[in-house]
Design a protein around this ligand. Structure first.
Ligand code: M6R
Length: 615
């Protein structure tokens, strides 16, 4: 949700800003802008509505250069996407420029106060109060610029990551964070700021993760940090292990397709990390936390949003089935406002690809105030979620750039499988032989996914028959019910085809009214032998009787389904509990080709942003 990048050093900032902004564009892409302190002493601002390419074109026509600058890719919250609402925003005199990610909640009060003092605002954004407030605080010359920034931020309520530059301070870049992610990239004789690591991965290997309430002052020679009250903070520099290529498209037509194809490797890496040669699961610090908590655990609450929530629904089924603990899944945006009543010894498992989702984090903080221990399942090292959890499980999917989550989702499913096995073992609900059996089945999943990927052209051909439909229904049962929800979400997110996910047994309680010869009904029908299989076949018969167009994700060689469905996506069989890990890949490909055939911008779907750091 909005991408920030900044540079101070000996080089021309503009190409470095644009490079970082390209890598951050998945955070927001309705407009983009830069502010550059030029050698002639001016603070030049350039903004364009739409994709970053529009700004790049403008900068080619009218180039800017300077050794200090900030850039921003926007996902609009306050004020429509327009040039005037694009960042950077400046004060009245044009001496101070700021880029912002987050929401300044008390901006209306601050704005009217500043307007009463004569400040003239140009945009409808909340952000614009920041440069004006700093300008106001600097008016009588009594405080330094950094003191004015700290004072301004003590007045601002809400969430922010900020990059700020001053016209008459050509070699200092200021950064501040409260609730929205921001990192400092530490180079040799030059410094960067960015919303996340991949943006500056090929420029620096050392980073500082800013904490809430910290302000950093970056000069080419080094970084100084302080809290909002001025207390100095010792910067904690961390070395980044990610490789720059991890954030490249590597010859694939889109990041999403690349990320779909990376899934076998991602799962193998996680299995190598967490499953020993003896077939036993080890989750590092999470294992230690579980060992301390397991015996007395009363309840598990899984908190997440969007796709991660569906992974949580799957996790709940495994945790209840194997570890025998009552478990519930809640949306971050609901849990935080529902005044939850949790029994003592409730363990919270929070799931988030980015680790920066505002609602998930707010729920985690609430749970911590209720004295719950928190396990964070997250794909981004150094993220807020991992830092605020008692134990963190990194999903090792690598940077996920496509806005629609794919490989991070499969990694979350696997994380839950491993977590449930470990907890079941710790509680004595599972023996070592069963653990070995399950981890052996998991070890075969990457090859199974590979087999689905080999059939991507077949999936494309199936999409060709359905991509023009207005609606689609997705059905699954038990472990595949969350996958039906995820498949429908993926489809609507990237192809804009309306899609509903349903528990197949619920179909006759309402959505059956939709079924006619025009409605594609995507049915998850593996494995062939389990408790709900016959029920699923009966549901398909109900669809067939109403002339619905059945697309079945079915086991290779499943003759019953071949006879029943118009189209079959054959997938290799595994045990029911792990079938979601394979089935979801078929649905990702189906959504992908629907979107491609509909001409959608797959990596940057309309209105979405990768990381939802506002409520
Ligand atoms: O970073 P998170 O996993 O916390 O994000 C949660 C949702 O915003 C995210 O899963 C969203 O639904 C994706 N666009 C799904 O593809």
């Amino acid at each position: 949700m909005c991408g920030i990048v900044g540079y101070v050093g000996p080089r021309n900032a503009v190409p470095l800003l644009l490079e970082g902004m390209q890598r951050l564009e998945y955070r927001g892409y309705d407009s983009a802008g830069v502010a550059v302190r030029q050698a002639d002493g001016r603070l030049a601002v350039r903004k364009r509505v739409g994709r970053l390419a529009n700004l790049e074109e403008a900068l080619e026509t009218e180039p800017l250069a300077g050794q200090l600058g900030i850039g921003h890719t926007r996902w609009a919250t306050h004020g429509e996407p327009s040039e005037v609402n694009s960042h950077p925003h400046v004060d009245c005199a044009g001496n101070i420029a700021a880029v912002h990610n987050g929401i300044i909640e008390n901006y209306l009060a601050l704005r009217s106060d500043l307007e009463a003092k004569g400040h003239v605002f140009r945009s409808q954004t909340d952000t614009e109060v920041i440069p004006h407030l700093i300008e106001e605080l600097l008016k009588d010359g009594a405080v330094s610029r950094s003191a004015a920034i700290r004072q301004a931020l003590r007045q601002a309520q809400g969430a922010y990551a900020l990059g700020i530059v001053f016209r008459d301070e050509p070699a200092v870049l200021y950064a501040a964070r409260c609730g929205s992610p921001l990192i400092v990239g530490v180079g040799e004789g030059e410094q960067f700021i960015a919303s996340d690591v991949p943006a500056i991965l090929n420029r620096v290997k050392q980073v500082i993760y800013l904490n809430d309430g910290e302000v950093a002052e970056l000069r080419p020679a080094g970084v100084a940090m302080a809290k909002l009250d001025g207390t100095p903070v010792q910067p904690e520099i961390k070395t980044v292990t990610l490789r720059a290529e991890a954030a490249e498209r590597a010859g694939f037509e889109t990041f999403m397709l690349k990320e779909i194809h990376e899934q076998p490797r991602v799962l193998r890496t996680m299995l190598e990390t967490h499953v020993g040669k003896d077939g036993a699961v080890n989750l590092g610090e999470v294992s230690d936390l579980l060992a301390a908590e397991a015996a007395g655990l009363q309840r598990i609450v899984i908190l997440a949003c969007g796709t991660a929530y569906y992974a949580g629904m799957y996790g709940r089924l495994l945790l209840e089935a194997w570890a025998g603990i009552p478990c519930e899944t809640d949306l971050g945006s609901e849990f935080r406002y529902r005044h939850p009543r949790l029994p003592e010894r409730t363990l919270v498992v929070a799931v988030s690809q980015s680790g920066e989702t505002a609602d998930t984090l707010a729920s985690v903080r609430l749970a911590r105030r209720m004295e719950c221990k928190v396990v964070g399942i997250c794909n981004v090292a150094g993220s807020t979620l991992l830092r605020e959890s008692d134990g963190g499980l990194l999903t090792q999917a690598g940077p996920e750039i496509g806005v629609a989550s794919t490989k991070a989702f499969s990694a979350q499913l696997l994380a839950f499988a491993l977590l449930a096995i470990r907890l079941a073992r710790l509680r004595g609900a599972m023996d070592a032989a069963r653990e070995r059996e399950l981890t052996a089945a998991l070890a075969r999943i990457p090859d199974g996914i590979h087999r689905v990927l080999e059939r991507q052209d077949d999936v494309r051909r199936i999409s060709q028959k359905y991509y023009e439909c207005y609606n689609a229904l997705y059905l699954g049962r038990r472990f595949n019910y969350p996958i039906a929800l995820e498949g429908a979400l993926k489809n609507k997110e990237i192809s804009y085809q309306h899609a509903e996910g349903y528990a197949a047994g619920e179909m006759k309680h309402g959505p059956i009214a939709l079924i006619n010869e025009f409605l594609p009904v995507v049915c998850l029908c593996t494995p062939t032998a389990d408790e709900v299989r016959d029920k699923m076949v009966s549901n398909l018969k109900e669809v067939e009787a109403r002339k619905g167009r059945i697309i079945a994700v079915a086991a290779e060689g499943d003759a019953t389904l071949q006879g029943l469905a118009q189209d079959v996506i054959p997938v290799p069989e595994t045990i029911e509990e792990f079938s979601p890990l394979i089935n979801v890949v078929a649905l990702q490909l189906f959504a992908y080709y629907n979107a491609k055939l509909r001409g959608a911008d797959i990596d940057k779907p309309r209105n979405l942003a990768k990381s939802v750091t506002v409520e």
